[in-house]
Design a protein around this ligand. Structure first.
Ligand code: HEC
Length: 115
């Protein structure tokens, strides 16, 4: 019984430390790498960032920032907001921080002409 407790405490400590180390990782992932890591590129290209989807009719997100801001995008990709009355295909899985980072990155993608 005591061994089990020690074992559990150990497991918790490891999980905790990993989470801790990860959240303080200074390279914690920029929007682009999270985008690829979360496989958003199976359905989307981002030509301005050299991300090319294998899907033929992939929707390019190079100008997403022209239309939407980061706050809205964070909600849209987690299915809390709709565009034209439609939810996004998938709800992004990831930490709040990851969602925010991707949303901010996408919002920063603007066509040069605007503004
Ligand atoms: C299974 C395919 C699929 C995956 C995976 C996917 N998307 Fe999408 N996404 C779509 C489709 C389809 C649309 C267009 C929705 C529509 O027009 O009805 C869309 C639309 C969007 C839009 C809005 C673009 C616009 O200008 O209207 C954003 C932003 C977006 N996706 C971000 C993401 C992010 C970030 C990820 C990764 C977490 C992701 N998508 C993963 C299919 C996907």
């Amino acid at each position: 019984m005591k061994n089990l407790f020690v074992y559990l405490a150990f497991v918790f400590a490891v999980v905790f430390l990993f989470g801790f180390a990860y959240s303080f990782n200074p390279e914690g992932g920029d929007g682009k790498s999270i985008f690829v890591e979360k496989k958003c590129n199976t359905c989307h290209s981002v030509e301005v960032a050299d991300i090319e989807s294998k899907k033929k009719d992939a929707l390019d997100l190079s100008k997403t920032g022209d239309k939407y801001d980061a706050e809205f995008l964070a909600k849209f990709i987690t299915k809390k907001e709709k565009i034209d009355d439609k939810e996004h295909k998938i709800a992004m899985k990831g930490s709040e921080e990851e969602v925010k980072t991707v949303a901010e990155w996408l919002a920063s993608l603007k066509s040069v002409e605007t503004k």
